[in-house]
Write a new protein. Structure first.
Length: 217
């Protein structure tokens, strides 16, 4: 970090007092869109791992920019901001993937819910509306678009004609599968620098953090 050693970068500069966290500027200083050293690690763990760990990233520069200007704990800032950056990267990747397979986000989310149910990939409109947290009118519009594209079909009940089931078609499942394969490839690329031991450790740490949030509301 501009000539500062690793210990100095990790030193605490204070305790957060509840004020808003400073935003990370997308100023071109770092891999804001996530396309950086992580992608080069796809072929395996880099032999120069210590150098990679000590390398400066956009969050190091963000912390240096805000040091002594706002009250925050540098370790916490480093963790949370990197999580935010990785989340932003995944959102951008998802957008590119869906565009590549010709799906909009709402279409993919609806197909995803149907696919998660397994054979015969069916649900009622009200079930989908509840899972996707959209209004009845909203789910009707989504289903109209998907049905017109041939990704789903509506099936009337034989005993009760008022009942309507939504079924994922072969075409819809193929488009969903194509998107999932591309997303899986992108996620593997992001996690590529970590071996299985590191991945297990990271899973455990993130789980502890998530449990704290989920259990405290």
């Amino acid at each position: 970090m501009h000539g500062e050693g690793r210990k100095q970068r990790r030193a605490r500069s204070g305790v957060a007092d509840g004020r808003d966290r400073p935003e990370v500027e997308a100023d071109g200083e770092g891999p804001v869109d996530g396309e950086g050293p992580a992608d080069a690690a796809l072929q395996g763990r880099a032999e120069s791992e210590p150098a990679i760990v000590d390398a400066e990233d956009s969050v190091d520069r963000h912390i240096a920019r805000w040091r002594h200007k706002a009250p925050f704990d540098e370790r916490v800032e480093g963790i949370v901001t990197r999580i935010q950056m990785l989340t932003k990267h995944l959102a951008q990747v998802k957008g590119r993937v869906l565009a590549e397979v010709g799906l909009q986000a709402f279409e993919f989310d609806t197909l995803h819910r149907l696919a998660s149910r397994g054979e015969p990939y069916r649900a009622t409109p009200s079930e989908l509306a509840a899972e996707l947290m959209v209004s009845p009118a909203g789910i009707t519009g989504r289903l109209d678009t998907l049905e017109e594209a041939g990704s789903i079909r509506r099936i009337r009940g034989t005993d009760d004609r008022r009942r309507v089931d939504v079924e994922l078609t072969e075409s819809g499942r193929a488009r969903w599968t194509a998107a999932m394969k591309l997303l899986d490839r992108a996620e593997r690329a992001m996690v590529g620098p970590l071996d299985e031991t590191d991945q297990d450790a990271l899973i455990a740490l993130l789980k502890r953090m998530l449990l704290r949030v989920e259990n405290t509301g």
